[in-house]
Write a protein that binds this ligand. Structure first.
Ligand code: F6R
Length: 608
């Protein structure tokens, strides 16, 4: 998705802006640009393609500008081109704007502005904003911006500079993340903290409807009704090392290998071995509601939705509370029934996913309690939820989610244990489960220690154009997740199925060219999955199985096996998904794909 970074202070702006844009690259984009205020004038540079292209364009600029805004664009309205790249300017070239989000009424605004004599240079929705500001300018940009935004329908994160007030940056947000970084005699504006983390970890989050005016020394923030809003500066704990590759070929590989640590961080201080339960401070306020919940709804998108499915199994089995899992994109638009004793959990790594945020707001409109399971501290979903749990996975830069997924499942496991102990789960069983959960990071470490063996296994798969992923019970969502990982980064078509569903259709696909990945670790339905594997073998399908160490029966039926350590069935997804992440990674590398920035994908999907 689009990215914004802006700077005002004593540093030369170009390197700050380029560094910020490079750090936003992981979000996915197709063009880049910047606007600088140079001796009271606006200088614009923009291009289709990569930030490195923009870097080449500005190389010989010898700019001394200390103020500028920059953008990476992910095309929505108008093809990727330098004409459509941001910043966009008004008719006179007095204003330059960068924008994330979508202006829904841009057609109506454009017609109105054309009638007023404005001519447009791009096909974007964004350009109407800058012409609207030009049209209504009343001598104060802050006031004009505030008035114009009333006319705008849709979502935006905006940064604006102007020749009229050349020592200021203006910023506004509604439905698209935007934050301000505070330094000494300098301010930054960004859509994502990683863009400015190199310079500051003092962050001010803008809320929806707020607009801000930044000078070198001052920040003033107004509400939608143009009243002053006092803002708090928050220290964030992420640092620069956490957003760098640290010797790994890709962020995704680094993040896969970080999982022992990220899982330990999710557990730290939260397990109570004595009581056989978990303590999750962000839920303490809602213990009564949780205990008396008649139903839990979990809503999320993509990988987070897969984690939610495992959460359903966990909560129903350990706590006996009925759970429904729903895609956030469907939930928000289908008038969901939320009863008095329902609790809605939202799962989102980024905390900014538009559909999940929509589901959150729909739940709140209906008076429901919303609890978030998020990674990014201070993200919109984290802030707008009534309570919740951070997964503490650290920054995830690779577009394909890996460590966030395992930490989400781990946090859901702790939620299920905690609820279980509040209901019928016995002390003995609780203690046993908690002890097993505490061992999970070390078991993941064992899988990672054998990571190299997966390079050779990827050799088997990378020429295939199709793959089936099968799993049952807790490992059915792992099959979905394994298939999603493969398709999103290697562009190999892959489908996940509950293994028993195979005979209801997909079995027609099995022949000697079809590659099937089966998650077949030991659990109560191991024998059933054994039969499914035999059915594939009988049809000469190629089989890769994920099995527990020492398993002979599945091994005999499979072409290749990946062995993983045994744990309680509840926690097997956290372990079993790791080799599938590695498999997808190595297949993608062998196919020459851009692993960290797969085509058409964005890290946080902030548009519908
Ligand atoms: C896939 C992936 C996506 C996200 C989805 C939701 O690897 O990362 O499917 O899981 O876009 O994102 P969050 O969790 O940020 O709400």
């Amino acid at each position: 998705m689009c990215g914004i970074v802006g700077y005002i202070g004593n540093r030369v702006a170009i390197p700050v802006l380029l560094d910020g844009l490079h750090r936003l690259e992981y979000r996915g984009y197709d063009s880049a640009g910047m606007a600088l205020i140079e001796n009271g004038d606006i200088v614009i540079k923009k291009t289709k393609g990569k930030v490195s292209e923009l870097q080449r364009m500005v190389k010989n600029l010898r700019s001394d500008a200390r103020l500028g805004i920059a953008h990476t664009r992910w095309a929505t309205h108008g093809e990727p081109s330098s004409r459509n790249a941001h910043p966009h300017t008004d008719s006179r070239g007095d204003l330059a704007i960068v924008h994330n989000g979508i202006i829904e009424n841009y057609n109506a605004l454009k017609t109105y502005l054309i009638d007023k004599g404005h001519s447009f240079k791009s096909e974007t929705d964004t350009e109407v904003l800058v012409h609207l500001i030009e049209e209504h300018y009343n001598g104060s940009l802050l006031e004009t911006l505030s008035q114009c935004l009333v006319e705008v329908q849709g979502t935006y994160g905006i940064a604006l500079v102007s020749k009229k007030e050349p020592d200021r940056i203006f910023a506004a947000r509604r439905g698209s993340p935007l934050l301000i970084g505070k330094g000494k005699g300098e301010y930054f504006v960004a859509s994502d903290v990683s863009a400015i983390l190199r310079y500051t970890n003092e962050i001010i989050y803008l809320e929806d409807g707020e607009i801000a005016e930044l000078s070198k020394e001052d920040l003033s923030v107004k509400s939608a009704s143009y009243e002053d809003v006092p803002k708090k500066v928050q220290q964030i704990s992420w640092n620069l090392d956490m957003i760098e590759k640290d010797g790994h070929a890709h962020f995704m590989l680094k993040e896969i290998h970080e999982q022992t640590t990220s899982l330990q961080n999710a557990i730290r201080g939260r397990l109570n071995f004595e009581e056989g339960t978990a303590r999750l401070d962000g839920l303490l306020k809602f213990m009564d509601e949780l205990e008396n919940a008649h139903r839990i709804i979990i809503t999320a998108c993509g990988t987070s939705w897969h984690a939610a499915l495992i959460g359903e199994y966990l909560i129903e089995e350990l706590a006996g509370i009925p759970v429904e899992v729903e895609y956030a994109s469907e939930f928000r638009y289908r008038s969901p029934i939320i009863n008095k004793n329902d609790i809605v959990f939202l799962i989102s790594q980024s905390g900014e996913t538009a559909d999940t945020l929509g589901a959150l707001r729909e739940t709140k409109r209906k008076g429901g309690i919303v609890l978030g399971v998020c990674n990014v501290v201070g993200s919109t979903i984290a802030r707008e939820s009534d309570g919740g749990v951070y997964i503490h996975a650290g920054p995830e830069i690779g577009v394909a989610s890996t460590k966030a997924f395992t930490s989400q499942v781990l946090v859901l496991s702790m939620i299920a244990i905690m609820l279980g102990r509040m209901k019928n789960l016995s002390l003995d069983r609780g203690r046993q489960i908690v002890r097993a959960l505490a061992e999970v990071p070390q078991l993941v470490q064992k899988v990672l220690a054998g990571a190299d063996t997966i390079v050779a296994i990827a050799e088997e798969l990378y020429r295939s154009n199709n793959a089936l992923y099968l799993g049952r019970g807790y490992n059915f969502p792992v099959a979905l997740e394994g298939a999603l990982k493969l398709k999103e980064i290697s562009y190999v078509h892959a489908e996940g199925y509950p293994a028993a569903e195979m005979k209801h259709g997909p079995i027609a696909l099995i022949d000697e060219n079809m590659f099937t990945v089966v998650i077949a670790t030991k659990d109560a339905i191991y024998d059933k999955i054994l039969s499914n594997v035999a059915e594939i073998r009988a049809r000469k399908g190629r089989i890769l199985s994920v099995v527990n160490r020492g398993d002979k029966r599945i091994k005999e039926l499979s072409d290749v096996v990946i062995e993983v350590p045994e744990t309680l069935t509840f926690f097997s997804p956290i372990i079993n998904v790791v080799p599938l992440q590695l498999l997808a990674y190595h297949v993608a590398v062998k196919r020459g794909c851009n692993v960290d920035q797969p085509r058409n994908l964005a890290k946080s999907v902030t548009v519908e």
